[in-house]
Design a protein around this ligand. Structure first.
Ligand SMILES: *Cc1c(COP(=O)(O)O)cnc(C)c1O
Length: 217
C-alpha cells in the first residue's frame, strides 16, 4: 500500500458514510520505521505523523521538522509524567491523556509555558488490564475535571482489543464523546480504519499499511 492508495480508501470511506471530503485526518504512524520510509512519505507532501515514545520522537523529529515545514506530530503512546514537559515541546497533539495525575501535570506546565498541545482522552473500551486508558465509567467525570483545569481536550481515543469486533468499540467511543460534547474521535488503524470512518472517526492512525511491517523482514 502506498500513501495515495490509503488516501483514496479514506476518501471512498468518507463518501460512503456521507461525510464531507477531507473530514478525516490521516496520521501516519512512523514509530520504529526506517528513516528513508518516513522521508519518502514527507517527500510526497504528507505532514501529520504519529509516534509512540517521546524518546524516539525526540531523536528523529526536530531535525525533520526543520527540513519539512508545518509538520504536525501526534503522541499516541502512554506518557509518563516525568516526560510531560518534553512531550509538550515536541508534539502538537497528545492522544493518550489517561489519568488525573497526568492531567494536573499538563495543566501546571501549560500555565508555565502559556501553551498546551491539543488533547485526546484515551478510553480503555475493552477494559483490558494491560492497556492504558481510563475505564468507560470514569470518562464523564474526567472530562469535567479536565475542563475545570482549562485543558484543551478535543476528543476521545481508543485502541480496541485485537480479538474483538472493532465496530462495537468505535460506536461506544462515539457515544461517550457525543454525551460529553466532544467533537473528535481518534480511532481506526491499518486493519480497521474504514470501519472507524463509517462510525465517525476524525483522526485515524495508520502505520504498517503506509510504511510496511514494523518488524524487520
Ligand atoms: C502502532 C499504533 C498504531 C498504528 O498501527 P498499524 O496497525 O501499524 O496501523 C495506531 N495507534 C497506536 C496507538 C499505535 O500504537
Amino acid at each position: 500500500m502506498s500513501l495515495s492508495d490509503i488516501s483514496a480508501r479514506i476518501r471512498a470511506a468518507e463518501h460512503s458514510a456521507d461525510r464531507p471530503d477531507q473530514s478525516v485526518k490521516l496520521i501516519a504512524v512512523s514509530k520504529v520505521q526506517p528513516l528513508d520510509r518516513v522521508i519518502h512519505v514527507l517527500d510526497q507532501g504528507h505532514r501529520s505523523f504519529g509516534e509512540n515514545r517521546v524518546q524516539e520522537a525526540a531523536a528523529k523529529w526536530p531535525e525533520l521538522q526543520q527540513r519539512y515545514a508545518d509538520t504536525d506530530l501526534h503522541l499516541l503512546g502512554p506518557l509518563q509524567s516525568n516526560k510531560a514537559k518534553q512531550a509538550m515541546a515536541l508534539f502538537q497533539t497528545i492522544h493518550s491523556l489517561d489519568r488525573p495525575k497526568l492531567a494536573r501535570k499538563l495543566a501546571d506546565l501549560a500555565q508555565d509555558l502559556g501553551a498546551c498541545p491539543t488533547l485526546f482522552i484515551q478510553v480503555n473500551t475493552g477494559d483490558e488490564a494491560q492497556k492504558a486508558g481510563l475505564p468507560v465509567t470514569e470518562i464523564d467525570q474526567f472530562v469535567a475535571m479536565c475542563r475545570q483545569m482549562d485543558l484543551p481536550v478535543i476528543g476521545l481515543m481508543c485502541i480496541p482489543p485485537v480479538e474483538e469486533e472493532p465496530s462495537l468499540h468505535f460506536a461506544l467511543l462515539a457515544k461517550l464523546a457525543a454525551r460529553n460534547g466532544l467533537q473528535n474521535l481518534s480511532m481506526g488503524m491499518s486493519s480497521d480504519f474504514e470501519t472507524a470512518v463509517s462510525l465517525g472517526a476524525t483522526h485515524i492512525r495508520v502505520g504498517s499499511a503506509i510504511f510496511g511491517p514494523r518488524t524487520p523482514v
